[in-house]
Design a protein around this ligand. Sequence first.
Ligand SMILES: C[S@@+](CC[C@H](N)C(=O)[O-])C[C@H]1O[C@@H](n2cnc3c(N)ncnc32)[C@H](O)[C@@H]1O
Length: 209
Amino acid sequence: MKYIVEHMEEGFSEWVILEYSQIIRDVGSENLILTSLPKTITEKDIPKQLKDMGLQWTTKEIIDLEFQGAKINREKIALLDPAATVDLIPEDKSTIDYFLLAGVLGEHPRKDRTGILREKYKFQGKRLGNLQMTTDTAIRTAHKIINGTKFEDIQFLDYPEIKYNKYESTEMPFRYIVNDKNEPILPEGMLELIRKDADQSIDDLLIDE
Ligand SMILES: C[S@@+](CC[C@H](N)C(=O)[O-])C[C@H]1O[C@@H](n2cnc3c(N)ncnc32)[C@H](O)[C@@H]1O
């Protein structure tokens, strides 16, 4: 199974780098491709951490990708889409070879940027339940389903409170898979980044006063 992420954010934020790095750890660099990067981008614009992990990227669109000398059969592509009417099930493994996702950071309330891909390509859509997940969680979930686990057998935590110091926490407006300690699985380094961002906004507040 190949996961194709149409990168729709401007540049590479720290958050996005952590998410893409985690996807590579989860599914392997050979199974992730970032597409539709700006035409002007060169190797030196790709963050070192991602390059070192073997990130594959291209300025081409998904429909122009070639594998073993042939273009992708569009019937074998599914858009992972929170607004799709059909949920992904393990049996879909026999008909889908590529998942397309929007490489966007989630926002609350949810904007429908996946809709841009829905309109542009008109691929079949598959949903992973009705709540918004981060891109890495969506791939982790699809990967589990395609490897035989039913959606209803995956343990999720919705909108978890992430404690970033003794007194403060922030609610993450996403659904996450949990680990065996019942904690949401976040990309490596994300907790530290959330802490850093929170400290930064507290500093900004203090400076503003
Ligand atoms: C952070 S989400 C983006 C959701 C976003 N607010 C939007 O504009 O559509 C990034 C990607 O993860 C996938 N995704 C997230 N939640 C999903 C769900 N419940 N079902 C299917 N795909 C999902 C989609 O491919 C989506 O484009």
